[in-house]
Design a protein around this ligand. Structure first.
Ligand code: NIG
Ligand code: FE
Length: 413
């Protein structure tokens, strides 16, 4: 089927070809005013100014949509989430409001271990159904590509169950999905005093099955004091790499303990969180090919200092934005709010934030050939806004839903 979209007020992030954007390049967001897009069988076939339409599309298709006054953007690419989980944790949220510390909550069996207990009690179908609902909600908010992690199993059985759920989501959903094995999220209680025993189970029990069943694209590790050390992360990631899984890592949320340096040595696709960065960390990241993925809603929800986005961009780093949607530290996957927060609290420019949430997010999932920009040959995954006065209005009018409709593979959802 061929669809022509006409009279678009602004067609955003139009690129003949793309590169990973770093430093000053993040602020350049190409836009065509008064534009059209031609879609053939779910793929962007052409685009341009309305005055070029006659020349570029001499034979108008039957199916024409007039988008008068709307802005059209590529859909969000959310490259870091944990949306497969059994239960929400608002009880812990209340405990924290009443003054309990993270350590008190952990001592009560809360946090990641709480989610792991709940997950191990849930069936694969229950997990699939709840994650499916979350995907449906996210797609209405403009997300059409998403990375999903395991990490709430913490046993071979639980981790494999989560990864099989993600595989089913991949097969059934119109969204583009990448899967990440996060067995190294925390040490389960049974291995609290036996770290090498758990690492051995990750390497010798879990990874061989994950590889044999093709259950993951990436390997992740929560590298923080009290969780996994950089040395432990290196051991786990090297085993993952030997099975073809590239590292995509949780580092520098709470502490700077050498996670960035190790991640770069491991040639990680991305390092995610980055609330706590030293000048040395920033310098190392800026001269590497690893993407820095900022998760501002986690900092917001935990009342932590935000990621130093300006310092990272000014140093020349490649930056992506993601939601970290999970029941503990970011119980929302709304990328529109992620973009607003990154502008309001981290002083990113709207252009930088939109690039970081689209094309650079696509790079952070190795989906840049299919998604992340308005480019001929890429998927017609598009956000149609309500009439808005300017692009900056999107982060400015935070919390208001400015999305009129979302198209995935050429179809409105
Ligand atoms: O990315 N910090 C590690 N993992 C998650 C939070 C997990 C949880 O509390 O359930 C994160 O923020
Ligand atoms: Fe996370």
């Amino acid at each position: 089927m061929t669809t022509l979209i006409t009279n678009i007020a602004q067609l955003v992030n139009t690129r003949e070809e793309t590169t990973l954007l770093r430093g000053a390049a993040l602020a350049a967001l190409p836009v065509i005013e008064d534009a059209f897009v031609l879609i053939e069988d779910g793929i962007i076939a052409d685009y341009g100014h309305m005055y070029e339409l006659e020349l570029k599309v001499p034979q108008l298709p039957k199916h024409i949509i007039d988008s008068d006054g709307q802005f059209v953007l590529p859909t969000w690419c959310d490259s870091h989430t944990h949306i497969v989980f059994a239960k929400t944790r608002e009880d812990e949220f209340i405990d924290k409001l009443k003054g309990m510390s993270y350590a008190d909550i952990a001592a009560k069996g809360g946090g990641i271990l709480n989610s792991a207990n709940k997950l191990n009690d849930a069936t694969e179908d229950e997990l699939f159904n709840s994650a499916w609902k979350r995907l449906e909600e996210l797609s209405k908010l403009g997300t059409a590509a998403i990375e999903i992690k395991s990490g709430y199993g913490l046993t071979a059985e639980g981790e494999l169950k989560m990864l099989r759920v993600i595989k089913r989501l991949k097969e059934k959903s119109a969204l583009s999905i990448k899967s990440t094995f996060l067995g190294a999220h925390t040490y389960p209680l049974a291995y609290k005093e036996n770290h090498s025993g758990y690492i051995d189970s990750i390497i010798n029990q879990m990874l061989p099955v994950i590889a044999a069943e093709n259950l993951a694209d990436y390997i992740d590790c929560f590298c923080e004091t009290g969780f996994f050390s950089p040395e432990e992360m290196e051991t786990i990631c090297k085993a993952g790499i030997s099975y073809g899984l590239k590292p995509k890592l949780h580092v520098n949320q709470l502490n700077s303990i050498g996670g960035i340096e190790s991640a770069i040595k491991l040639n990680a696709l991305s390092v995610d969180h980055l609330e706590t960065m030293t000048d040395v960390d920033v310098k190392l990241l800026s001269s590497s090919s690893t993407i820095g993925t900022l998760l501002p809603t986690a900092a917001f929800f935990l009342r932590m200092p935000y990621q130093p986005a300006r310092q990272l961009i000014d140093a020349g780093c490649a930056i992506a934005l993601a939601s970290d949607y999970n029941p503990g530290s970011s119980p929302s996957g709304n990328m529109n709010f992620v973009i607003a927060l990154s502008c309001i609290q981290m002083k990113m420019l709207p252009e930088e934030a939109i690039n970081a949430a689209t094309i650079n997010g696509a790079y952070a999932m190795e989906l840049e050939k299919e998604l992340g920009s308005i480019t001929i040959g890429k998927k017609a995954n598009l956000i149609f806004t309500k009439p808005i006065p300017s692009l900056a209005y999107l982060p400015y009018a935070f919390g208001n839903n400015q999305i009129d409709k979302v198209m995935i593979n050429g179809q409105f959802i």
